[in-house]
Design a protein around this ligand. Structure first.
Ligand SMILES: Cc1cc2nc3c(=O)[nH]c(=O)nc-3n(C[C@H](O)[C@H](O)[C@H](O)COP(=O)(O)O)c2cc1C
Length: 203
């Protein structure tokens, strides 16, 4: 089973990527899963343009290796910082570039990141407006890593001990739920006509 982790911050380095790397480690070491981590640091993907829908060679070559990784994934962790009360533009662009054949009917867990006590707005935004056509399935469990600079650091002295222990336990447990959804949803995809030429987009 393979889980892909998307780190949605354009910053390099970023707290989101720190959290994404921690999640990757737990998925590998404690849940025994294959992983792929894709960071949107420094904006590796150009903004969507019309030629994407015109079988453009440059787009196809650029996206092919990423499509391959997403298509072979059984589930996703979407790590999003809260930036001015929103998910970053690069992450929304990601959802314009990839579609139901890569993401459709696969479970995804949202992990929001805030340097203070924010983080709920991008959760609401992703749940409302990032799934319609690609049919990614956000699971009910989510994690909001508040005061992120004080948790999940390698050096124990950089962490707020109590908060750090809480988030480590919570993330580990939540990833177990995601793993169970990923296992349960593969037979679901195999047992139904999940792709329909006439109904390519959600309503
Ligand atoms: C452009 C920008 C806007 C931000 N706006 C918010 C915000 O609205 N709410 C919040 O809790 N944190 C906000 N932050 C702080 C982030 O929570 C903080 O940078 C945190 O480390 C997560 O972002 P990162 O993954 O890019 O590091 C903002 C950061 C940036 C760079």
């Amino acid at each position: 089973m393979k889980i892909t982790i998307i780190s949605g911050s354009h910053r390099n380095p970023s707290q989101s990527e720190k959290v994404a790397r921690y999640i990757e480690k737990i998925l590998q070491q404690e849940h025994g899963l294959d992983t792929w981590l894709y960071a949107l640091a420094d904006n590796p993907l150009p903004l969507w343009d019309q030629s994407l829908w015109e079988d453009n060679l440059e787009w196809n070559e650029r996206l092919a290796p990423i499509r391959e990784q997403l298509t072979t994934s059984d589930g996703f962790v979407i790590v999003t910082p809260e930036w001015h009360g929103q998910a970053p533009a690069g992450l929304k662009n990601f959802f314009l570039l990839f579609n139901r054949f890569e993401l459709g009917h696969k479970p995804a867990m949202i992990v929001a990141v805030s340097s203070a006590d924010g983080g709920s707005y991008p959760v609401a935004e992703l749940r409302m407006s990032s799934y319609k056509n690609n049919r990614i399935c956000y699971i009910p469990e989510q994690v909001i890593v508040r005061n992120v600079e004080k948790v999940l650091n390698d050096k124990a002295e950089d962490n707020d001990q109590e908060a750090d222990a809480y988030f480590r336990e919570r993330i580990r447990w939540s990833l177990g739920i995601l793993k169970a959804y990923a296992g349960a949803m593969k037979p679901m995809r195999d047992s139904a006509q999940v792709h329909h030429d006439k109904f390519g987009n959600g309503m």
